[in-house]
Every structure is written in C-alpha cells, then in structure tokens.
Ligand binder design. Structure first.
Ligand SMILES: NC(=O)C1=CN([C@@H]2O[C@H](COP(=O)(O)OP(=O)(O)OC[C@H]3O[C@@H](n4cnc5c(N)ncnc54)[C@H](O)[C@@H]3O)[C@@H](O)[C@H]2O)C=CC1
Ligand SMILES: N/C(=C\C=C\C(=O)O)C(=O)O
Length: 487
C-alpha cells in the first residue's frame, strides 16, 4: 500500500500479491465531494497478468473437493465478519450510503454470500436416467468452466461482488473481478484477508479501473469463457457485443423500473413505511427500488397524503450519522442526472410534492459540496413520461392512480424492464393472480426485498439474461456433460 499526498493508493491483487499500477484514478468521498483515495487505472497489461495467475491456479483449485473449497469460503466469511465494523465504515465512506445500512445490510450480506455458497456447494446432485430395456445408463457430470470475469457496480459494492465471487470459486473456477471504479475500497480490503482464509494465490484476482479500459480488456479476453455482470443496460449491450465472437457464457443482471401496485384493501400501516423504504433505501440506488407507485383510486388521496408525510420523515444526513435514513448519491454526475429527471417532470406539468426544489436540505458546512438530495415524490405524471419509463436510480418515485386490476397489470408491464414488482392487497386470490401476470423476475407481495438465496434472482425483458441463486449460479458457473454407458 502506497500513499500519494497522504491519500491511500489501492493496488491490484493478482496471483496473491498486491501490485502497483502505472496510473491511478481519483476516488471521491460522496459526502464531501473531495478526493479521498486513488484507484489503479488498470488496462490490458494487468488483465494479462491476472489471466496468467488465474490460469495457473485453476488446475489445483478445481481439483479440490467441494468440502475443501467450502472450508476456505467459511474462513473468508469468518474473517469478513470479524472486520464487519471496519468494512461498514469504509463502504459508507466510499459509496455515500448510511453507516446503518452498511452495518445491517451490505457487510452482513457479503458474509452471508460466502457462508451460503460454502454450504450450498455441498448439496448438489447430478441427474441419472435409465434405459434398462436397451442396456444403457445416462448420467450428467458438472465441471467448473475456467476463468470467470466478474463485473460489479457501485451501488452495493461488496454485497454484489461477493454474490459473484462466492458461487464462482465454490464451484471450482478461478476469477478475475472488476469492481466499479467509483467504489473499490472494500474489495481491496477483502483481498487483505485472502491469504489468511487459505485462498490460494491466483484463485481470486482483482483488477481495479474503468469499464472502457480494464473492463473491456477483461470481457474480450479469449481465455475468459464466462462473464457475470451487474450494472446498466447500455454496458450490458457493449459486453454482449464484445463477447459474442467468443461465444462466452453470459449472466446479465440489469436495471429495473419497478412498480408497486397498491389495492384498496392493502394494509396501509405496513404498506406506507415499506414503500418509503423500497423507494428511498440506499438513496434509491438499488436495481430493485420502487419507482412507479400505482394506487387504487378509492384510496389515492389518503395514500398520497400519508406517503408524502412519511417521505418527509425519511432523514437525509451525513453517511456516518447513525440516525440518517439516507446518505449521499454516488457522484456529482449521477446527482445531476437524477435532478434532470425532476426538471423534465416539472416541464411536463407534473407536480413535485416533496423533496428536490420543494423542501430544504440541512447539511453541515463541510458537506455542502456533497452529492445529497432529498427524497422526492412526483405525481400528475403520464405513463409516457421518461420519469415513468426510464431507470432513474435515485431517490425519486412517481405516484399515480388506477381503476381496475386488468388496467394496472397492463400499465405495470408497459415498460422495457421486468425486474421486481411489489403487490399490496389483503385478497390472497388477487395477490396470486396479479403476481402471475406481471412481467417481472421477482414479485414481492405485502413486503419488499425479502431474499431467499436458494431461489432464482434476475430479470425479464431488458432487465437481464439468466438468474443467480443456489442452483442457477451453480449451473452458470459449471459446464454440464451427459455420459452414456452401455451395460
Ligand atoms: N444493478 C443495476 O441495476 C445498476 C444499474 N445502474 C444504472 O446504470 C447507470 C450508470 O451507472 P454506471 O456506473 O455507469 O453503470 P455501468 O453499467 O457503466 O457500470 C457497472 C460496472 O460495469 C463496468 N463497465 C462499464 N463499462 C464497461 C465496459 N464497456 N466493459 C466492461 N465493463 C464496463 C463499470 O466499470 C462497473 O464496474 C446508473 O445511473 C443506473 O441507472 C448502475 C449500477 C447498478
Ligand atoms: N443486483 C442488485 C441488487 C441485488 C440484491 C440482492 O441480490 O439481494 C442491484 O441493485 O444492482
């Protein structure tokens, strides 16, 4: 670890060693707008070195038993857990999220990702079919694919990176991971635990830097046969183009324009606080965040009044304030992008009921240049508006009325995305009926973000390709072979 001007300089982690890079990027603290560390600006050279290390480590790691690999994952989980507070502080500073969310969600889930796949890798079975009348037996075997490229975004840095690293190495692959250049800190901190956890050199390699430079070098490398990516749809398109000539295996977890559908028989005492959380937790920077709220006409006015009141109680504060509900957005550019949607909504004649441009944000003097904004509720907005169609990925949600079940299903499905929906109703039959008709990879009814890691996670339409979860990740990170035996 080096320091430039007193600021920490992260290093790539390749073949079990920390290696400096020839150039560096500035990384900003979103709560102040100041540079607070430097991140390697890696490129082709670093990818070549990582491929060499991952290739060398593959024969040894892939031939270990699932039990041996599982023990290594368990040790890494324990070490992460022992560093929970330190990692949570770092994640909150690097990303802008509240310390409370980092402590209670991000880092515990990173620990859980390793524990979960350490266990699930022990329980897979393969298929076997008999053709006794002809004298044949068929069965399948699975083998790790090779070197996996894992590319993750900035919104849930360690949470999403480990959701990819854990299943990939549990299945016997070696990996080259590239976190977002905006949030590299906790990935680098995790590298410091690898040796102690017993992860052999070259099994986990991390190259830091930008998408166009190091990301593209990685995804187009001919010796990297599979790519797991979480991020935006335009980047997914680019990765698909670059990987197509090599016929790589692809898993793409992309954005959403997630509806909440609130029927007149919903329990509003539960629905309102949960929908405030689903709209604004992590500054609305979660692919599963609610951004279109459809409310049945008979309860529309009451819902809107109570929802706006509850939103105004959602406290924006500096990330280290344990009482804050929301911190800073990731970057200045992102803050401006999110604000531009509110401006467009105003120009279209929509009403901004609270938040940006309506209420006052109170911040300490040191944080005036930070990337903060208030949670914002828009109404009187048409379904055709960009605010109702495009992923804003910020603390902005639209509330609109609806009449009937058929109508709301059609409107909820009328966007290019299909990731996550929530349905609020006391009518069990309706809940099942609506959930089945929604074009959405995930539907939460009368709740939000309750995760069962065994089951498929992923989106329909432009929200992605493939699913992640115990069985799905195992299938993605392995190649299957069918063997026939004459007897
Ligand atoms: N999971 C999700 O749904 C996410 C959605 N987004 C959406 O994307 C928008 C833009 O955010 P970005 O950080 O720019 O997302 P992005 O999709 O550009 O970045 C995600 C990851 O991909 C890498 N990357 C970018 N270009 C690449 C390329 N050509 N080849 C290989 N890797 C590449 C980035 O360095 C980062 O690690 C956000 O405003 C939001 O709407 C962003 C993050 C997560
Ligand atoms: N992929 C994202 C969230 C995943 C959450 C989970 O697995 O629980 C995202 O926000 O990009």
């Amino acid at each position: 670890m080096a320091a430039k001007g007193g600021l920490l300089m992260l290093e790539n982690f390749i073949g079990g060693k920390f290696l400096p890079c020839s150039s560096y990027l500035d990384s900003y603290d979103p709560s102040t707008g100041e540079v607070y560390c430097h991140v390697p600006n890696s490129g082709k050279e670093e990818v070549e070195a990582a491929v060499e290390a991952a290739r060398a480590a593959f024969p040894g790691w892939s031939s270990r038993s699932p039990q041996e690999r599982s023990q290594v994952l368990q040790r890494l989980a324990d070490l992460l857990e022992q560093s929970l507070e330190e990692l949570a502080q770092a994640e909150s500073k690097d990303q802008g999220k509240t310390i409370t969310l980092a402590r209670t969600m991000d880092i515990p889930r990173a620990v859980q990702n390793f524990r979960f796949f350490a266990s699930s890798i022990l329980h897979h079975t393969s298929e076997c079919t008999q053709m006794d009348h002809l004298g044949y037996l068929h069965y399948t075997v699975r083998a790790p694919v090779g070197i996996a490229a894992l590319i993750s975004p900035w919104n849930l840095p360690l949470y999403l990176l480990t959701w990819k690293i854990a299943p990939a190495i549990a299945a016997g692959n070696t990996v080259i991971a590239k976190p977002s250049e905006l949030t590299s800190m906790t990935a680098w901190m995790m590298c410091r635990l690898m040796e102690k956890a017993g992860v052999p050199p070259g099994v986990v390699n991390i190259v830091f830097g930008t998408g166009p430079r190091v990301g593209e070098a990685l995804v187009s490398h001919p010796e990297v046969p599979l790519i797991s990516f979480t991020g935006s749809q335009p980047t997914a398109e680019r990765i698909t183009q670059l990987s197509a000539p090599h016929c790589k295996k692809l898993s793409l977890e992309l954005g959403g324009k997630n509806p909440a559908i609130i029927f007149e028989d919903a329990n509003l005492d539960e629905c309102i606080p949960t929908t405030v959380r689903s709209s604004f937790a992590n500054q609305g920077e979660i692919c599963l965040s609610t951004s279109r709220i459809f409310v049945q006409k008979s309860i529309y006015s009451e819902f809107l009044k109570r929802f706006v009141e509850a939103t105004r109680m959602w406290k924006v504060g500096i990330p280290s304030d344990p009482s804050a509900d929301m911190g800073a957005l990731i970057s200045k550019a992102h803050l401006e992008k999110v604000r531009s949607y509110i401006k467009k909504a105003r120009m279209e004649g929509a009403q901004i009921l609270c938040g940006e441009g309506v209420d006052k944000l109170n911040l300490p003097p040191r944080n005036q240049a930070g990337y903060f904004m208030l949670p914002t509720v828009i109404t009187d907005v048409k379904d055709e508006s960009c605010c109702m169609k495009e992923e804003i990925f910020g603390p902005v949600t639209c509330v609109v009325p609806f009449d009937s079940e058929e109508e709301v299903i059609q409107r909820a499905n009328s966007v290019k995305y299909g990731l996550a929906a929530t349905v609020w109703s006391g009518n069990v039959g309706r809940v099942h009926r609506v959930a089945k008709k929604l074009q959405s990879g995930l539907v939460w009814t009368n709740c939000w973000l309750i995760r069962e890691l065994n089951l498929p996670f992923g989106g329909m339409k432009r929200s992605g390709v493939g699913r992640e979860g115990a069985k799905d990740s195992y299938e993605f990170f392995t190649e299957v072979k069918t063997i026939t035996v004459k007897h």
